[in-house]
Design a protein around this ligand. Structure first.
Ligand code: FES
Length: 235
């Protein structure tokens, strides 16, 4: 075990456990987006940055291992500035249509926008111009809404051992898809829908749950497992 301090609260936690999980389990909310409790970390979103006593640089708490004596601050002016900037950069390439998005009210990005209080006013909003793909059974892919958190890639590869989803490049744009843009059914997809379950935005959607055509939502079958203010009592 290790004794660490987060925002002045002393915690006894398993040695080497990641600090973001330690905080969330103790009821201390640190904003996060690429983190998912069932997936290995990839540290891509930089939403979870914290300050560690004795270190000049901020650190991603999802990649930080607990060890005796760590003294962590999750909220300061510098952290707030960096988190806001990281979120603004994501929003600069994200559609501005939250209220008509099928995932409205159940989107972790929307929750972060509200929690952090960021918007894209300082960014020139640009459309990535991806065509929505509704040609697969069960799933819709709307890559314009993707924040490249890679949860779907990790779920496909690490949770299900399939590995057909990965980061792809077209012109200057990075997106998530199959090799050579094959349809999922031609790429050996098992249609387990794990990718849709872990997607934090409206990018990969279960057709039965989130209709693409009229933006209505039948029923949320998959509750959010990621501790965030919209879905928990964490302030
Ligand atoms: Fe830590 Fe994304 S949650 S970098």
């Amino acid at each position: 075990m290790a004794v660490i301090t987060i925002d002045g609260i002393r915690l006894e936690v398993p040695d080497q456990k990641n600090v973001l999980d330690c905080a969330l389990e103790a009821g201390i909310y640190i904003p996060h987006l690429c983190h998912h409790p069932d997936l290995p970390e990839n540290g891509s979103c930089r939403m979870c940055v914290v300050e560690v006593e004795g270190q000049d640089e901020v650190v991603r708490s999802c990649m930080l291992k607990a060890e005796d004596g760590l003294n962590i601050t999750t909220n300061s002016e510098r952290i707030s500035r960096l988190r806001t900037l990281a979120l603004e950069l994501l929003l600069g390439a994200h559609p501005e249509d939250c209220s008509t998005c099928p995932k409205y009210g159940n989107c972790e990005l929307q929750t972060l926008i509200q929690y952090i209080g960021a918007n894209n006013a300082r960014m020139k909003n640009r459309s990535r111009g991806f065509k929505m793909n509704e040609d697969n059974p069960l799933l819709i892919h709307d890559m314009n809404r993707c924040v490249l958190c890679g949860r779907c890639v990790r779920a496909c590869k690490r949770l299900r051992g399939v590995g057909i989803l990965d980061y792809q490049k077209k012109d200057m744009e990075t997106y998530i898809g199959t090799l050579h843009d094959k349809l999922l059914k031609d790429a050996d997809c098992r249609f387990c829908t794990a990718c849709a379950e872990v997607c934090p935005t409206g990018t990969i959607r279960d057709k039965k749950v989130y209709s693409a055509a009229d933006g209505t939502r039948e029923e949320v079958l998959v509750p959010c497992k990621n501790a965030c203010p919209a879905h928990t009592d964490v302030p």
